[in-house]
Design a protein around this ligand. Structure first.
Ligand code: DC
Length: 215
């Protein structure tokens, strides 16, 4: 089995930072699955499609080309890497990700990258649905206030309209939606190694993961 490391967990737990660093250390590819949902949200926003119109959504997805190029993500050849990092796209991507046709549409992109091996993949369902046969599954968590603090620090320069209060509300709402949806909800399973990063530095989390990969 080629090596696929999955990291699941809620919004703001630090999955992206940790997965990117871990991939760099191991010489693996890094796959940010949340960016795919954000890309769909971006396209939905541009095309002004209603989320309850599944048929139009499916047609839109079928003709949309989402691709990764290193750290860059493109939609139909347009670089949207920084445009998708707003609170508005974050919220819309959480809504979009609860729609089954969207999850089905993005499944094979993620699965095919995993099948090439040597990848660190992070998101909400990477160990449960995308690559459940992985022998290296992690669940990265942190307290809701700490996750909101991190998200606020990351977003405040890009999006001056956000406040600490709105960030914590956003995180709570997304936690609830991401873990209660019917299709592939965020879920911690027994075969995942649980890491609470509330009081850990980035390097400490990466070290913990590397230590358990050696075992
Ligand atoms: O990790 P993120 O904030 O970039 O993810 C954006 C949204 O995408 C998140 O609210 C839920 C959804 N998502 C998902 O449903 N499944 C994944 N594997 C990754 C993200």
């Amino acid at each position: 089995m080629k090596s696929v490391i999955t990291i699941d967990g809620p919004s703001g737990a630090g999955k992206g930072t940790i997965a990117r660093l871990l991939a760099k250390k191991l010489g693996y590819r890094y796959l940010d699955t949340g960016a795919l949902y954000r890309a769909v949200a971006w396209k939905v926003m541009k095309a002004k499609i209603k989320l309850d119109d599944e048929e139009t959504l499916k047609k839109l997805l079928d003709k949309t080309d989402i691709a990764f190029n290193g750290d860059m993500i493109t939609v139909d050849g347009i670089d949207i890497t920084s445009e998708i990092r707003t609170a508005e796209i974050g919220e819309l991507s959480s809504q979009v990700s609860a729609i089954p046709v969207v999850r089905q549409g993005l499944f094979s992109i993620q699965r095919n990258i995993c099948l090439q091996g040597k990848v660190v993949i992070e998101g909400r369902d990477t160990g449960t649905t995308i690559f459940p046969e992985s022998g290296n599954k992690f669940y990265l968590d942190a307290g809701v206030e700490e996750r909101a603090r991190r998200r606020y620090e990351e977003m405040k320069l890009k999006d001056p309209s956000i406040t600490r209060e709105t960030t914590i509300e956003d995180i709570r709402r997304r936690d609830l939606r991401d873990s209660s949806r019917k299709t592939s909800p965020l879920k911690r399973t027994d075969d995942m190694i649980y890491i609470d990063s509330t009081n850990l530095s980035i390097d400490e989390v990466v070290e913990k993961i590397i230590e358990s990969l050696k075992k």
